[in-house]
Structure formats: C-alpha cells, structure tokens
Ligand binder design. Structure first.
Ligand SMILES: NC(=O)c1ccc[n+]([C@@H]2O[C@H](COP(=O)([O-])OP(=O)(O)OC[C@H]3O[C@@H](n4cnc5c(N)ncnc54)[C@H](O)[C@@H]3O)[C@@H](O)[C@H]2O)c1
Length: 315
C-alpha cells in the first residue's frame, strides 16, 4: 500500500511496484494529489484506489506486506495553507499506519525529508546530523511533523519490533510535479515556457541539489527490501545555486535570462546537499540521471501542461 499514491512521488512508486508484479493499493484523500497521475493504473486488476484520509482510522481488508507512507503535503505553498492537516498526517496518520502495519505484520517505510535538518549548520548533511529546525517558525509544521514521524516509527521498531525503514528524501523532480506547487523547479520551468521572468527569492546564492524521480524510486525500492532500519538519505549530491539553476533553465528552454528578485521567505535553508555515503554502502545506490537529462525529460511533461501564450507559439 502506498499512501499519498495519487501524488507526485506516490504515483511513481505505484508504477514501480506494479511493474515489479505487486498488487498495489493507493490510498489518498486528494488534498494535493491528482487522480490523473494514476488514471492509467485504474484498468489493472492488480491496482486499487482508496479515497481516504489516513489521519483518520485506516482499515484495509486482507493481507499487506509493505506500507509506504508518502501521504503529506510536501511543498511550502501547501503546508503553509494547511499546517494542522500537515501535522496530523505526520503524527496521527503515521500512528494509524504503524498500527495497521503491526496488525498485518507488514514492513513500513516512511517518507521523511531533508527538512529534518532544517537550515543546516553542517554541510553536506549526513544522517548523523540532528538538524537545526525552528519549531515555531512557519515551516515548523512540516519539519516537526516529519521529525515526530521518525521518532514514532523508531519507537514502534524498538518497542514492538516492527520492521521499519526511513528514507530522508532530498529535493526530487520529474514528470507529474504540479506546475503551481511553488517549488523552484516547476516555477522556473513554467515561467520560462510562458515567457515570464523567473522569480528568485533572495539573491539566488542559496543552493539546492535536485534528484530525478526515477533515481529516487530506485533508492526507495532498494531500501524497502534491505535489512537496514536507520534513516538513509536519498538525493543527488550535485549542488547548484538558484541563480545558476535559473541560467540552466533559460538555456534549456531557449529563452533569455530575465530574473525578478523577491524577498527570501522566513527560515528558507541556505544550503542543501545530501551526503549519500550511507546509501552507497548499504544499498549500493547512487543517482544515475544527471540534471541535463532529467530536466529534458521533465520539460517534455511541462510542455504538455503549461499553457504557452499564442505569441510564443508563433516564435
Ligand atoms: N517531492 C520531494 O522533493 C520530497 C522531498 C522530501 C520529502 N518528500 C515527501 O514525500 C511525500 C510525497 O511528496 P510529493 O512531492 O509526492 O507530494 P504530493 O503533494 O504530490 O503528494 C502527497 C500526496 O499525499 C496526499 N495526502 C496528503 N494528506 C493526506 C492524508 N491525510 N490522507 C491521505 N492522503 C493525503 C495528497 O493528496 C497527495 O496526493 C511526502 O510525504 C513528502 O513529505 C517529498
């Protein structure tokens, strides 16, 4: 079962598990997800969809081998609008699903995040870094929900001997991202395709490291089937400043660089780069898709979704 199965990452996980021959249940309340992401799966017998809020009691008939808990608003634009639901799905939702995993004897993997490191004081971030999070800042609802989620999952592992896995996901991109989810990559791509200036928050010197979705899914698949229960970073260490990234996007889409600077949001992390030594050692995993290739594939998807103004179509 994949919770958040109609979302960006959840839908790619459903595809992967179907391709591996699993029977897959996607559970989602569609608060930020979209059925379009999984509509191609509805005709398959090995696929089921449950429209349900996992912060409420979760029941699923029959056997379950694996639960992947990916339900949660993931983008600041979403969790700033629905902070209480965000805290609930990380806490109550996780608790409900851990209970279900215990009842079914299932192994549970949770989608944690690089946001547990907050605005990090060490660089790059390895799993033994405890983070620098402001619990009462605007991002606290997400970061602390995820930190609680990890703590609750470890407690079930230690106290009940439940089989658990924790993936700390760093910025991931690819087809099925929402154009308007406020994250820098879909924002830049859709602005460039519409011929609008690219919005940079702050001076653009902050860094991010972007991982292509297929690489992430491979890392998660390996982690789930591994015997390692401590948190593992999955991300692409290739780091870039937001300003350089804007230049890359303009080159890719063939538009002239035109930037609109805006104030930096509160508690925006200055640096982000995963240390993936552990993933290499434990899972034999490292990313394979470089940014040029991943962005090209994502651009193809965005071209179908973005309404390009008529005057740009003629150019
Ligand atoms: N995309 C990234 O770069 C990234 C990075 C770190 C962590 N993550 C984590 O991965 C997971 C998926 O992120 P995403 O980018 O696919 O986001 P997304 O918004 O596309 O998907 C989240 C899905 O969860 C569903 N959902 C939310 N609350 C729910 C609830 N209470 N009950 C049932 N369904 C609910 C939404 O409708 C949506 O379909 C999240 O847990 C997120 O925190 C993502």
């Amino acid at each position: 079962m994949v919770t958040g199965g109609a979302g960006f990452l959840g839908s790619h996980l459903c595809d992967r598990f179907i391709a591996e021959g699993f029977h897959v249940i996607a559970m989602d309340n569609l608060i930020t997800g979209n059925l379009e992401n999984i509509e191609h799966l509805f005709k398959l017998e090995q696929f089921e969809f449950y429209h349900h809020d996992v912060s409420k009691f979760v029941h699923v008939p029959g056997e379950l081998d694996y639960i992947l808990h990916f339900a949660s608003p993931a983008s600041p634009i979403d969790y700033l609008k629905i902070p209480i639901q965000t805290l609930k799905v990380g806490s109550l939702g996780t608790h409900n699903l851990l209970g279900l995993a215990k009842t079914k004897g299932a192994r549970m993997l949770i989608a944690s995040t690089s946001e547990v490191y907050g605005d990090p004081l060490v660089h790059p971030q390895s799993e033994d870094y405890w983070g620098n999070v402001n619990p009462v800042g605007p991002r606290g609802c997400y970061d602390e929900a995820k930190r609680f989620q990890e703590a609750m999952t470890m407690a079930y592992h230690m106290h009940h001997g439940l089989e658990t896995r924790i993936v700390r996901i760093f910025n991931t991109y690819g087809p099925r991202m929402r154009l308007d989810d406020g994250r820098v990559l879909p924002a830049f791509l859709s602005q460039a395709l519409r011929g609008e200036p690219l919005s940079i928050f702050g001076d653009g010197s902050q860094t991010r490291s972007f991982c292509y979705v297929d690489d992430l899914v491979e890392g998660i698949y390996r982690l789930l089937l591994s015997d390692y229960h401590m948190p593992v970073n999955i991300g692409n260490p290739s780091e870039i400043t937001i300003r350089q990234f804007a230049e890359e996007i303009c080159k890719l889409t063939g538009v002239e660089l035109n930037i609109e600077y805006q104030p930096l949001p509160t508690d925006d992390p200055q640096k982000r780069q995963p240390d993936i030594t552990l993933a290499k050692e434990v899972l034999g995993w490292e990313p394979k898709v470089d940014r040029a290739e991943g962005l090209q594939r994502t651009l193809e998807y965005f071209k179908q979704k973005v309404k390009v103004p008529a005057e740009r179509m003629m150019n």
